[in-house]
Structures are given as structure tokens and as C-alpha cells.
Design a protein around this ligand. Structure first.
Ligand code: 3HC
Length: 309
């Protein structure tokens, strides 16, 4: 069968809603796009542990420490899930790590911002994991089987992350004036970078066309961003937080919130490696990789000895 016929059959499978499995024929471009998107998603999960890990020793109570520990451990698991799903496409873990460490692979822009106060643990859970839920709920129906299935469990855990973050901020907003100011100041810092998580506007999204044709992306960047805004604004109002956007306004005609333009220069600057914490994040990941080398070597030699084939 010719390449053209193979590609047409593949597109017919996608159009009919069939799920693609690792052993199925797929266009090399489909494989490459999935490796790019999935490995960057996995990197985001693992790098995302760093800003929150920064507050585990400073949590204000044992209960809050336990919740934050559980969340950070969940993120490690999400990374491993998605790395394993990406390996089904023929790339190995170390190669993915090398791509992250060399800057060849990206991770989510959001994790290049510092966590300056305890309230940031609330903003990250509520806003960042909230944005991830909107994005990942769609990915749970994507055309690549291993990726879609990984999203099912991850979304359940993200819901816990989102609720604990919102509860943390709600608690601060019922507290002292200082606690309320800390929560609002955190919201002011995390709102716009959370909107940027969904990627550039649709008119500047070079990968969306292919990814939507192949039903890897089921909705556009702007569509998911708007869904996130529409669901989050009432939540902010319910606990007395103000969205840091003077032009935010409910539009009765479109049934969505209108908002100010996003600062895409900031976004491009951060994903180019010039965000506040980019260098620290990569330095931490490179150190973790070399610190963990002896563990990987020990596990590999044990496996070779006890499971020779
Ligand atoms: N951060 C860093 N890079 C980004 C970005 C972001 N928020 N948004 C877009 N980019 C990059 C893209 O990777 C692409 O660069 P590349 O071609 O070199 O990879 C370029 O900007 C153009 O963007 P596109 O819109 O064309 O790229 P995509 O079609 O891939 O869309 C995406 C970007 C929406 C992030 C999409 O890749 C996606 O949905 N990925 C899966 C979800 C994911 O990665 N989520 C990470 C969030 S963090 C997280 O989930 C942790 C949780 O615990 C909170």
C-alpha cells in the first residue's frame, strides 16, 4: 500500500473516532508531534514539583504540609505516567531528559515564576491545576490511546489539587487583613501567567492545525483559555478575590467574559528561557539527574542479574 493510501486510511481512522495504539501505523509527523507535546507535558509535571516543593518545609500546619506533600508526589507520578506513555512512541527516558536539560525541549511557562508567599500554594493549586484540568479533560479524549488513558487518572488527582488550592485561598480570605492581602497579591501575580499556559493565540499557534486534524487537540488554545476564564471568575468572586484585569466584563451576547489582551511579549520571553526562574529550574533538574545516576545504575544492574532476558 502506498504512503498516500496509508495516510488516507490513518486520517479515516481519526475522523471516525478510532483510538490509535502504539503498534498501529502512524505518519512519522504524528509520532513526532506526540513525542514533542507529551514529553513537554511530562517535563512540566516534574519541573512543576520545584516551585511547590519550595514550601513543604514552611507549610503553616501539619495538615497543610501533608496536603502539599501529597500534591507534589502526585505531580511526580503524573510525570512518570506521561514519560511512560511517550516511550511507547520509540523515544527513551534519558533522551527526553537530555532534551530538557539542553533546552531543546520546553516545559510549561508557568513554572518559571517564583513562589514568594504561602498563598502561592493556593494560587498554583486553584489556577495552575485548574487550567491543567481544562486542558487535560480534553486530552483524555485525544486520538492517541496511551496519552488519553494517562489523562483519566491524572485528571482525578488534579481535581484534588485544584480544590485544596481554592480552599487554602478561601481560608486566607476569611482571615486577617494581612492574610487577605497576601491572597490577593498572589492572585495578581499568577492570573496572567495561568492564562498563558494555554499557549499562544490561535492565530500564532503553528502546531494547532495538525494536532486538531489528528484529534490530539480537540479544542483550540483560545477556546480552552476562555473556558478556564469563564469557570474561574465566579470562583474568585465567591471568596472575595479580585481578578487583576480592569477590562474583565461578562458579555451577555457571547455568554463569555471579555478580558484585556495578554502580554505575549512576556510569554515569548519566558519560553525563550528568560523568565524569572528558568535557569534555576534547569539547574535543579540537571542536578537531580546526576544525583540519581547511581540509583538508576543500581536498579539496571539488579534487573540485568535477576531478569537476564
Ligand atoms: N509553556 C511553554 N511553551 C509553550 C506554552 C507554554 N505554556 N504554550 C505553547 N508553548 C510552545 C509550544 O510548545 C510550541 O513550541 P514548540 O513547537 O517548540 O514545542 C510553541 O509554543 C507554539 O505553541 P503551539 O500552540 O503551536 O503549541 P501546541 O499546539 O503544542 O500547544 C500546549 C501548546 C497548549 C501547551 C499543548 O502543547 C498542550 O496542550 N500540551 C499538553 C498539556 C501540557 O503540556 N500541560 C502542561 C501544563 S502544567 C501541568 O499540567 C502540571 C500540572 O500539575 C499543573
Amino acid at each position: 500500500m502506498s504512503e498516500t493510501q496509508l495516510e488516507q486510511d490513518f486520517q479515516n481512522k481519526i475522523d471516525s473516532g478510532e483510538v490509535i495504539e502504539p503498534k498501529d501505523w502512524m505518519p512519522e509527523r504524528y509520532r513526532k508531534q506526540l513525542i514533542r507535546m507529551m514529553s513537554q507535558h511530562a517535563h512540566s509535571e516534574v519541573v512543576g514539583m520545584l516551585p511547590e516543593g519550595n514550601w513543604i518545609t514552611r507549610a503553616p500546619s501539619l495538615a497543610r504540609k501533608a496536603i502539599l506533600l501529597a500534591k507534589v508526589q502526585d505531580e511526580a507520578g503524573h510525570g512518570l505516567y506521561i514519560y511512560s506513555a511517550t516511550e511507547t512512541l520509540g523515544i527513551d527516558r534519558q533522551e527526553m531528559n537530555n532534551q530538557l536539560h539542553s533546552g531543546k525541549a520546553k516545559y510549561s511557562s508557568i513554572f518559571n515564576y517564583p513562589t514568594l508567599t504561602w498563598a502561592d500554594m493556593g494560587s498554583i493549586g486553584w489556577l495552575v491545576d485548574g487550567a491543567a484540568i481544562v486542558n487535560q479533560t480534553a486530552l483524555a479524549k485525544c486520538s492517541y490511546g496511551p496519552y488519553a488513558r494517562a489523562m483519566v487518572r491524572i485528571c482525578k488527582e488534579e481535581n484534588f489539587h485544584n480544590k485544596q488550592g481554592y480552599q487554602l485561598l478561601a481560608y486566607l480570605m476569611r482571615g486577617t487583613k494581612e492574610q487577605q492581602e497576601m491572597a490577593q497579591e498572589s492572585m495578581n501575580r499568577w492570573w496572567w501567567p495561568s492564562l498563558m499556559m494555554f499557549g499562544p493565540s490561535d492565530t500564532n499557534s503553528p502546531n494547532s492545525g495538525e494536532l486538531m486534524r489528528w484529534k490530539v487537540k480537540l479544542h483550540s488554545n483560545d477556546n480552552l483559555r476562555q473556558r478556564f476564564i469563564d469557570r474561574t471568575v465566579p470562583q474568585a468572586e465567591a471568596i472575595g478575590l479580585t481578578i487583576p484585569d480592569p477590562n474583565l466584563k461578562w458579555n451577555e451576547t457571547t455568554r463569555h467574559y471579555d478580558h484585556s489582551d495578554i502580554d505575549w511579549a512576556e510569554f515569548q520571553n519566558v519560553i525563550a528561557g528568560n523568565g524569572p526562574c528558568n535557569r534555576d529550574r534547569i539547574r535543579a533538574r540537571v542536578k537531580a539527574d546526576s544525583d540519581g545516576l547511581w540509583v538508576r545504575e543500581a536498579a539496571a544492574s539488579y534487573a540485568k542479574k535477576h531478569f537476564p532476558n
